[in-house]
Design a protein around this ligand. Structure first.
Ligand SMILES: [Zn+2]
Length: 100
């Protein structure tokens, strides 16, 4: 797993920038060195939502049944799981140079 690189100059993008972009609805990321704007690849959007939603849907009900949790705690756990997994999502996305 590694962070995506700029398609033009090859500089590795910063984790924080990508993370922010993902949470702001897949905003374009601008390269620090050459100022090229990068848009998230369409397929990566699917990967990110799959990666965040699947563990939440899978572990949430499982933990709730296993520990007999109430709905509020289950929702809290599901949100925590999705936040935890989202920390890794910048490593899985691909960006394309934005052709204007
Ligand atoms: Zn660049």
């Amino acid at each position: 797993m590694s962070l995506p690189r700029c398609n033009k100059c090859g500089v590795q993008m910063k984790w924080g920038k990508i993370f922010k972009s993902l949470w702001l609805g897949y905003k374009p990321v601008i390269c620090e060195k050459c100022n090229t704007e990068h848009k998230i690849a369409f397929s990566s959007r699917g990967v990110v939502s799959f990666w965040i939603v699947t563990p939440m849907v899978f572990f949430g009900p499982f933990l709730s049944n296993y520990f007999n949790l109430n709905i509020f705690i289950t929702i809290l756990i599901m949100i925590s799981i999705s936040i935890f997994f989202s920390f890794f999502s910048p490593f899985m996305v691909k960006y394309n140079e934005n052709s204007k």
